[in-house]
Design a protein around this ligand. Structure first.
Ligand SMILES: [Zn+2]
Length: 82
């Protein structure tokens, strides 16, 4: 017999500081480093790169941390037809 009353107090969370429309990583692009030929999936929320360890954003460009002077090519990921 499990007669434990479970009270869900979801409404006790008051998040005044966090806006409702938080940036969500919606755009998924492939970054191709022209120097070391690395390809990696990057996420963008709007035009801002979601922070990753290996890539840094400088304006419209994304640079790999391998020391490449050239910005990575950003490729739109192929959508798999379903
Ligand atoms: Zn690289």
């Amino acid at each position: 017999m499990s007669d434990t009353p479970v009270q869900q107090e979801e409404r006790t969370r008051t998040t005044n500081e966090v806006p409702r429309s938080m940036p969500v990583a919606t755009d998924e692009l492939i970054a191709f480093c022209p120097k070391c030929k690395t390809m990696e999936t990057l996420w963008f929320s709007g035009n801002t790169l979601v922070q990753t360890r290996k890539f840094s954003q400088d304006g419209p460009h994304v640079y790999h941390d391998c020391g490449s002077d050239e910005p990575c090519r950003l490729l739109i990921r192929f959508q798999k037809p379903r």
